[in-house]
Design a protein around this ligand. Structure first.
Ligand code: HEC
Length: 108
């Protein structure tokens, strides 16, 4: 029984680490250049652009919202400005962006 539990534990650990390793921070940093004009180099957003702070945001939320904007599930006058910058991104590029954005320090 203990051996079976140990196996289940190891199995779960394996999958957890695969999930955490999903985003490539370096590639995300490179892709983030597309986002700076509105969200700022520090990810703190710009009121003049109606662009919110995204620094430190949960990676899963960044992925869900960028996907929603890319797929026009989230669609309004503001997201229409962002759309051209995200329409060509793949799921894995969006995950890389999220890995970079989530580790940016919140400066507020
Ligand atoms: C042309 C300006 C512009 C660019 C470039 C831009 N965004 Fe945005 N982004 C916005 C605006 C404006 C909003 C607010 C949308 C709304 O009001 O619904 C937003 C919203 C978001 C949100 C949702 C925030 C929340 O709290 O729900 C995320 C995440 C995001 N942007 C990520 C990105 C990423 C990643 C990039 C680069 C690939 C990017 N944006 C490029 C203008 C921009």
């Amino acid at each position: 029984m203990a051996q079976i539990l140990a196996l289940i534990f190891i199995f779960n650990l394996h999958f957890t680490s695969v999930v955490l390793a999903a985003g490539d921070v370096k590639n995300g940093e490179n892709l983030f250049k597309k986002c700076i004009s509105c969200h700022g180099a520090d990810g703190m957003g710009k009121k003049s652009q109606n662009a919110p702070m995204i620094a430190g945001q949960y990676d899963w939320y960044v992925v869900s919202q960028v996907m929603a904007i890319k797929n026009k599930v989230r669609d309004n006058a503001n997201t229409k400005k962002m759309y051209p910058f995200v329409k060509g991104l793949s799921q894995s590029e969006i995950e890389d962006l999220a890995a970079y954005i989530t580790q940016l320090p919140v400066k507020k």
